[in-house]
Write a protein that binds this ligand. Structure first.
Ligand SMILES: CC(=O)SCCNC(=O)CCNC(=O)[C@H](O)C(C)(C)COP(=O)(O)OP(=O)(O)OC[C@H]1O[C@@H](n2cnc3c(N)ncnc32)[C@H](O)[C@@H]1OP(=O)(O)O
Ligand SMILES: CC(C)C(=O)C(=O)O
Length: 515
């Protein structure tokens, strides 16, 4: 049997200390339900003496949320313990968590007392707490900077007074994993009654070591981790619940411990905490960040399509993320495009991959991400591409501003010969059309011009449809590009090619007649 590590969630207490405004009673209740769905063992939900609203929040959660042990925090002060005990009265299982600082720095400058005085206060507070509940946790605040023998002294007395969980916080995120593990070992080997209590750790992230330190402590024998959803908490935050839970799930083979966390609830809880606490999650955050299951480079995408575990050590579904994401960027390759298109219902013979991929890269370089709707539009234009046409657009360079006429220079290949012309106009589209007229020698009359956005938002592609008249006949041309002037020129070049082909057909007919 593998050992169980208890998960003590403190999102609603230490996590809340990170917020610019405290959570309301209703916010706390809603989050308490979300966190309890994770199946945490203990949920620390407030500091009841702190304010009437926090007292009521703890009270409501205690009576309404069933499942985890509901815990409140209290200084080693009689009125704090009393408030905590009262607030937790209706809990199915309530825990009072009391603490006092033990490091020389905190004792001298903050509490202005000796270790013996602090120990006496702790003992008194624990005994008072035991009058309310059998479940009492004691924390040596700033244990990370407390000499080990001092910790042993106070912890021994705390257990003797009735504390059944002993928490050794690295309050300021100062220690390294080996130091933290050594501290746990020292206590386990030197406090005579240590087996009467569960050893707990509570790590802050000031040096980015909160998760590493918590895991090192578990490897040394600690069996409770205090943590928060998304790692929110005072200053740089606390140990992140989702990270430690998934480390213990994914590396059970190595760590030989487990938790009871329902990992499929992680993503949902993370989103709720981010939203209600107004603390967005950084995209590259492990487990719950937007990019945690996103692949953007061709080699990785190809690997994941062939076997998901080539680049994913856990499945997105295992943490409640609906699926992974294959972002299509200019670092993507042909495999992912083919895969995406097949999901959209296209087959290999619907498009020419080489020319589609060229258009894809051009667009991706301009836009960043290429979306499904871009791909669909590209397929359409890929099918009507001017590949072997008489007129082929080389480039468009148009400039315009609000004070002078627009100018456009166009490079066009005409039957394989490179040509260039410039012209002016009221706007860049008109100037471009005038340059095209010079290049082709045909004066086409544009009778309808429609511009549509294909896609969403400012990164949409411009799709231009033109109806033009030439020598009594009407022609249609369409163009698509990130730049709307370029889309217009593509549409017009298409019109010229159709006119050219029509002329060829009619010349042929005349020759036949004459012949
Ligand atoms: C490491 C942690 O995260 S601990 C939790 C931190 N969370 C909070 O502080 C949020 C809730 N806190 C509060 O609402 C308020 O600070 C209260 C109600 C607890 C106290 O408010 P006030 O009485 O106005 O005191 P204030 O916060 O300014 O100062 C703290 C006092 O508690 C004392 N104190 C600090 N920790 C403890 C402790 N564990 N046990 C006993 N006394 C303590 C300090 O020495 C100081 O005492 P002093 O007034 O004799 O100098
Ligand atoms: C009260 C204790 C557990 C704490 O929050 C800390 O030391 O950071």
């Amino acid at each position: 049997m593998q050992d169980k590590v208890w998960i003590f969630d403190t999102t609603l207490r230490d996590g809340e200390q990170a917020l610019k405004a405290s959570l309301t009673e209703d916010d706390k209740l809603q989050l308490a339900h979300a966190i309890s769905r994770l199946n945490v063992d203990v949920m620390e939900v407030g500091f009841p003496v702190s304010s009437p609203a926090d007292f009521r929040a703890v009270q409501r959660i205690a009576s309404e949320v069933k499942g985890p042990i509901i815990c409140g925090l209290a200084r080693a002060v009689a009125k704090d313990i009393e408030a905590c005990g009262e607030a937790l009265k209706t809990a199915q299982q309530g825990r009072i968590h009391t603490f006092i600082a033990t490091s020389p720095l905190h004792l001298e400058h903050k509490l202005r007392m000796s270790l013996d005085d602090a120990t006496a206060m702790a003992v008194k507070a624990i005994k008072q707490a035991r009058n309310y509940t059998d479940d009492v946790e004691f924390s040596c605040e700033d244990a990370g900077r407390t000499p080990h023998d001092h910790l042993c002294r106070i912890v021994e007395q705390a257990i003797a007074a009735g504390a059944n969980t002993i928490n050794l916080p690295d309050t300021v995120g100062y220690v390294t994993p080996d130091e933290y593990a050594a501290m746990i070992h020292h206590l386990m080997n030197n406090v005579p009654n240590i087996d009467k209590a569960r050893l707990s750790v509570h790590c802050h992230n000031d040096l980015g070591l909160a998760v590493a330190n918590s895991i090192a402590a578990v490897q040394a024998g600690a069996r409770q981790i205090e943590c928060t959803v998304n790692g929110i908490g005072e200053r740089a935050g606390n140990c992140s619940l989702e990270e430690v839970a998934m480390i213990m799930k994914m590396r059970q083979d190595h760590l030989k411990v487990h938790t009871d966390i329902r990992s499929e609830e992680i993503y949902r809880a993370s989103r709720q905490v981010a939203k209600i606490c107004n603390m967005p999650v950084q995209p590259n955050k492990a487990i719950v960040g937007e990019n945690a299951f996103a692949h953007s480079s061709g080699i990785h995408q190809d690997g994941v399509l062939k076997a998901q575990n080539t680049y994913e050590i856990m499945s997105p579904e295992s943490v409640g993320v609906p699926s992974n994401q294959l972002n299509m960027t200019s670092r993507s390759g042909r495999h992912v495009i083919e895969h995406r298109l097949s999901e959209l219902g296209y087959h290999g013979d619907d498009y020419d991959m080489d020319s589609l991929y060229t258009s894809f890269l051009e667009l991706a370089d301009q836009k960043g991400t290429v979306y499904d709707y871009d791909l669909e539009a590209m397929i359409y234009f890929n099918q009507i591409r001017d590949k072997d046409e008489h007129y082929q657009l080389q480039y468009v360079n148009a400039t315009s501003n609000s004070q002078s006429v627009a100018t456009a220079t166009i490079g066009l290949s005409v039957a394989g010969e490179q040509k260039q012309e410039a012209a002016t106009g009221n706007g860049p589209v008109e100037a471009s059309f005038a340059a095209l007229a010079r290049l082709t020698g045909m004066d086409v009359d544009v009778i309808e011009y429609n511009l549509d956005a294909t896609g969403q938002g400012a990164s949409s592609l411009g799709q231009v449809d033109i109806i033009a008249k030439y020598q009594g006949r009407t022609y249609h041309g369409a163009g698509l590009a990130a730049d709307i002037v370029e889309a217009s020129v593509h549409a017009m070049v298409r019109v010229y090619n159709i006119i050219y082909r029509a002329q060829q057909v009619s010349n042929l007919k005349q020759q036949r007649k004459a012949g």
